[in-house]
Design a protein around this ligand. Sequence first.
Ligand code: NIG
Ligand code: FE
Length: 407
Amino acid sequence: MWDALWIDVDIATCTVPGEYGLIENGAIGVEDGRIVWVGHREDLPGPVEELAAVLHQGEQKWITPALIDCHTHLVHGGQRAGEFELRLSGASYADIARAGGGILSTVAATRAAGEVDLLASTLRRLSPLIAEGVTVVEIKSGYGLDLDTELKMLRVARAVEREAPVDVITTFLGAHAVPPEFAGDADGYIDFMCDEVLPAAVEQDLVDQVDAFCETIAFSPAQVERVFEAAKLFNLPVKLHAEQLSDYGGAELAARYGALSADHLEYLSPTGVRAMAAAGTVAVLLPGAFYMLGETRHPPIGRLRDAGVPIALATDSNPGSSPMTSLLLTMNMGCVLFGLAPVEALAAVTRNAAQALGLADTRGTLEVGKIADFVIWDIEEPAELAYRIGFNPCVEVIRAGAPTLVR
Ligand code: NIG
Ligand code: FE
């Protein structure tokens, strides 16, 4: 007997790229936290009462894979509404960063924050994501830029997993900005990150993957390459903030290192697209940052599609460029601002987001053997998930086969 069986549901399995993988009047069987059966109800191997210990009747609601937010900076102190006001009166994101604001102002606030408060504020920002059916979230460091605070951020990210019903992938983003102590010595800072901070964080089992910010206002491809070499020594997968504000060749570099993803990508070149396709690197698009910074240059969606590069979407939740905590709104923005189809937007926060985190074997689709993380939605068709703005139709989140949230 299975542990539980869901019937009277319509299912979008997301198993086939470019399609919802629709199963009308479907059923899902779960055992030991994994999916053991998914298909049409009439094909079930016996009478429903005899198949599982618990029978859930879905009242013809929809089930999709649980959502995955594969790029966030959720752990941080403070906020930057003041910069928002400056940008609205004409200052650019890069101007503010060069004047010592931007990321560095959040660094000061994060260094000053106590660990307990940092965890509490992170959990508050996480809760709307959980309410939307997110069961896996990636969280980066990168607002510490010194040993103690980078470790503090990563400990908080790990603690999130103990305090909230989500799985957390932690990302070391020491190469996010040059801190004041290293002003004018970006190379010395990279040495410090590679030789001292990353090894200490790995030693304490705080790092699942490694990221960097490759941009004229941040680090050069040569500096990023040293970070990737350091990651390689620890067998950690890499990813990169690339081609957000200019074409700096970051995506090609990331592809050369077999990166799981390259993220942002508004200025991605045709060569970059080809390199990502060849390396199997996922394109993580962040329409929240594009929107918030009033950008006009779009990521090359058509080329990415043509080249078969999987496209993911994420909130990029951070206090500067994307103070946003809704993955459903991100899906809507992916469609309206970048021209994705709703079916692509759903894949972008499920199967492709799983791939961007190296979790494609266990997450992101509804198929036998995968972890039974799924969402029950009160919708009439799956395109509704990307269509509404500011409305959350999630009624229940199932995590490893167990209902965790009922609204
Ligand atoms: O993904 N681009 C670099 N990092 C963040 C922004 C960080 C910040 O402004 O605090 C991003 O947009
Ligand atoms: Fe980011």
